[in-house]
Design a protein. Structure first.
Length: 141
């Protein structure tokens, strides 16, 4: 049996949060079905939808980024792609501030597409992922 000993790094949302949201979705659904107050039913129903979507995205799209010596595998709501390192045009970290809140995101350029992954999508600071991708040989800007 041949064992692959090449390093592989996986990044994705914290699955504990996804399962927690799934549990709260069930609680909100039970509340929506058992309440007699119309306003309470509406709020519980909306909460069920929001928590359900959060749980689905956190569990279905994890890991969202897998890096290995062969390349990258990206799995998000809008893009699913497997790329060799030479297919990437650029990898960079975007630091921005909006309304006094700072945000950091990892940007991946390839085939006229831009994939932007934030801390929630990666599960760690995008700057840390950027350093790992550089060590694998990702093109930087």
């Amino acid at each position: 049996m041949d064992i692959d000993r090449r390093p592989t790094c996986r990044y994705g949302p914290d699955r504990r949060l996804g399962w927690g949201a799934a549990g709260l979705t069930i609680v909100a659904l039970v509340a929506a079905l058992t309440m007699t107050d119309p306003a309470g039913r509406l709020v519980s129903g909306l909460l069920t939808v929001v928590l359900g979507a959060y749980a689905f995205l956190g569990l279905a799209y994890s890991p969202s980024l897998v890096a290995s010596s062969d390349g990258l595998h990206i799995h998000t709501l809008s893009v699913t792609a497997t790329l060799r390192w030479d297919q990437l045009t650029a990898v960079r970290v975007d630091n921005s501030t909006h309304l006094g809140l700072s945000n950091r995101a990892l940007e991946l350029d390839f085939d006229d597409q831009l994939v932007v992954l934030g801390r929630r999508s990666l599960g760690v600071d995008p700057q840390e992922v950027y350093g790992v991708l550089r060590s694998f040989g990702a093109p930087t800007v």
